[in-house]
Design a protein around this ligand. Structure first.
Ligand code: ATP
Length: 244
């Protein structure tokens, strides 16, 4: 469970998050959407414990967040894969801080590579992978640590439409396999409607609307008009924010 209460944050005196309130239930998913520069990534950095709130509070499972948690996974746009390491070794790196035997680590890595469809690429280097495969490798590296909170910053934005859909379906199937609290930033309204149980619309450092989304995880709904009515409603809300 994430509780954000009256949270504010500034960069060198410039306020970028202004008195935010938000509750995200445990094992739920939340899609954050809003115009460029409205503070989405900054909020994610605060949730990751990389920045400290200037005012207000941020609690994870009833505990005030005091820095980076080992059980939070963060996937940024810049995937940060090490080019001189193979897929297997990039994933293995995430387990270095854990006191596990070589066999235990190997088992976890093989399992996650299999889950993400990367088994046959395990000996390849990042430059030998497609954009979608690199993104999956980055997700594998985060998931191997079995986070209870997963933060994704525009995980699918660099991918073409088919790979985007593939990754969205993969995120859903990973979530159904092992529910974690999932917070994702996206610019894509359809993605927000597919992946967010809650959809948070931000503008100019504030949360404007929080929608409960009945279409979460419903791949079949993408073929219905009701799904696109929801997309249109969010589009309208976003346009209203930009024009005001
Ligand atoms: N390190 C920084 N130092 C100073 N200002 C910053 C820094 N990072 C971001 N900002 C500013 O803070 C504001 C919010 O930035 P943030 O990256 O959180 O927005 P965003 O909603 O994620 O944008 P985008 O959708 O374009 O990624 C912007 O005006 C940005 O210029």
């Amino acid at each position: 469970m994430i509780n954000i209460y009256n949270l504010s944050f500034s960069y060198e005196g410039e306020v970028v998050l202004n008195h935010l309130h938000l509750t995200i239930p445990k094992h739920s998913t939340c899609a954050i959407i809003g115009p460029s520069g409205c503070g989405k990534t900054t909020l994610l950095m605060l949730l990751a414990g990389l920045y400290k709130p200037e005012a207000g509070s941020l609690l994870i499972n009833q505990t005030p967040l005091a820095g980076i948690r080992q059980s939070t996974g963060l996937i940024l746009q810049d995937l940060g894969l090490l080019p001189w390491k193979t897929v297997y070794d990039n994933v293995a790196l995430a387990l270095v801080p854990f006191k596990l035997s070589h066999e235990q680590k190997h088992k976890k890595i093989i399992e996650v590579l299999n889950q993400l469809g990367l088994t046959k690429y395990q000996n390849k280097y990042p430059h030998q992978l497609s954009g979608g495969q690199k993104q999956r490798c980055s997700i594998a590296r985060t998931l191997v640590r079995e986070p209870d909170l997963l933060l994704l910053d525009e995980a699918t934005s660099a991918l073409d439409d088919l790979n985007k859909e593939h990754l969205q379906e993969l995120i859903l199937s990973l979530y159904h396999h092992k529910p974690t609290t999932l917070v994702l930033i996206t610019h894509n309204i359809e993605e927000a409607v597919l992946l967010g149980k809650q959809i948070v619309i931000m503008d100019k450092g504030q949360i404007k609307t929080v929608l409960e989304n009945p279409f979460f995880g419903d791949l079949k709904a993408k073929e219905t008009l009701a799904f696109y009515e929801q997309v249109l409603q969010i589009r309208k809300l976003l346009k209203e924010e930009v024009s005001s």
